[in-house]
Design a protein around this ligand. Structure first.
Ligand SMILES: [Zn+2]
Ligand SMILES: [Zn+2]
Length: 430
């Protein structure tokens, strides 16, 4: 593909010669400087080299996110007000509220796990929704501290795990339904709607678009030339607000973030985190993830024994989800991240859209491994019948949560632009 080729735009918009009206943008995944033509509502533009989405022009960019986020917050409030799930075993009944998932862990001496669960399913999602409302209204009414709120919003976005919690709930139901009578409370349905609205809110906001409405982007030097990398022209990308910043300038003039040409010590940090995650993955599998008391019998179960139990019970789909989320995804993520680091160090660059896509997929899928930890939190909050039937979280759950968090940090530390920095093989497309 040549650099003069137009950007990939849906709806067959002709983007030839956009220099007259468009703006110059730097791709965050391959560092290519290119012209972004003015978009119509509903259109999106992709990088011509790595296919990363550069910008989306949303339909009703203020009203829709505010409505979705406000409805989501209302549903989260409802999810906390009423009973979430109730469970009956041999004439006894236990009722769980949404907040109990972290509160029970806290009282059962697993404070760090409790705080993590509370952050992932309550605090971070609530903050994100409130931040979207604040920022969108801030565009109309010039509210203070919008820049800081926007910075925190995009930093916290990957740590909002309500969708994973919903998957955890479904797995917990399948685990329990054979032994107990489960009934769903009003808050459960409110939480499901909250989950959908929360996902939809993030679908209708775009980082580049939001920042361009929040504050003016700094001027790009007139010498900047599309079709070359930013680094080769002494330019760098602000990772927070997507502004183009001269190499000599330390901080982004728009969002005040410290800007580096590449993530500092990216490979060293990524490799160190990957090695830590790989080492911790061993005790995470050997230590019990939860302790089950059933009619006086105490059983400790690890991730693998939990999978085998579900498989023996004939719950194949759930067993496969557990295997995929807790075994296949973490191992694959660690191995693929090692491979990407190797590609950066390899003497001949193997750069393609595919490697960037693999990185993005690994980055996205990694957080789903948290599902087993959330299942433990749900079961511990719900199954509380003393010696008759009880579930207690094991130390393995905390170690496994650490593995997932460390692999997520490894993916964040990895700079995908390094894959495109090396000279290409002779004849290779750029
Ligand atoms: Zn790109
Ligand atoms: Zn910035």
């Amino acid at each position: 593909m040549s650099f003069s080729q137009s950007l990939t735009i849906n709806d067959d918009i002709d983007a030839a010669a956009p220099e007259q009206q468009g703006e110059l943008v730097l791709c965050r995944h391959c560092d290519l400087l290119q012209w972004l033509p003015p978009l119509q509502e509903g259109e999106q533009a992709h990088c011509q080299r790595c296919d990363h989405q550069l910008d989306v022009r949303q339909v009703q960019p203020i009203l829709r996110p505010v409505l979705y986020a406000a409805s989501a917050l209302f549903m989260l409030l409802l999810a906390n007000l009423f009973p979430f799930i109730s469970m009956g075993v041999a004439g006894n009944r236990s009722e769980m509220h949404f907040f109990d998932t972290s509160a029970v862990l806290f009282t059962e001496y697993h404070q760090s796990l409790a705080i993590l669960v509370w952050l992932f399913i309550q605090a971070v999602p609530a903050f994100c929704m409130a931040a979207v409302i604040y920022l969108k209204l801030g565009m109309l009414y010039r509210l203070p501290a919008r820049i800081w709120v926007a910075r925190v919003l995009f930093m916290l976005k990957p740590w909002s795990m309500v969708d994973i919690f919903l998957m955890g709930l479904l797995i917990s139901f399948v685990k329990l339904v054979a032994n107990a009578d489960i009934s769903l409370g009003l808050s459960f349905w409110a939480f499901c709607i909250f989950c959908l609205l929360h996902l939809r809110t993030f679908q209708v906001i775009d980082r580049h678009e939001m920042w361009s409405r929040l504050a003016l982007a700094p001027k790009v030097p007139v010498t900047a030339e599309a079709g070359k990398t930013g680094l080769s022209q002494q330019l760098k990308l602000c990772p927070c607000c997507t502004a183009i910043v001269p190499l000599a300038q330390q901080h982004c003039p728009r969002c005040h973030t410290r800007v580096y040409p590449r993530v500092p010590a990216s490979l060293q940090k990524t490799l160190a985190l990957l090695v830590t995650a790989a080492v911790l993955y061993i005790p995470a599998n050997l230590l019990p993830i939860m302790r089950t008391v059933s009619f006086g019998n105490v059983t400790d179960s690890t991730i693998i024994s939990g999978f085998l139990l579900m498989w023996q019970d004939g719950e194949y789909p759930v067993a496969l989800v557990i295997l995929l989320a807790s075994v296949v995804v973490p191992i694959a993520k660690i191995l693929i991240m090692f491979w990407l680091c190797y590609l950066v160090l390899a003497p001949v660059a193997v750069r393609s859209k595919l490697t960037t896509r693999i990185y993005l997929l690994v980055d996205w899928v990694g957080r789903w491994s948290m599902v087993d930890v959330l299942v433990v939190a749900i079961l511990a909050a719900l199954v509380r019948f003393g010696l008759l039937m009880s579930v207690y979280p094991g130390v393995g759950a905390l170690v496994f949560a650490a593995v997932v968090i460390i692999t997520m940090l490894a993916a964040i530390s990895f700079d995908p632009r390094l894959l495109w920095d090396q000279p290409a093989r002779t004849g290779e497309q750029v």
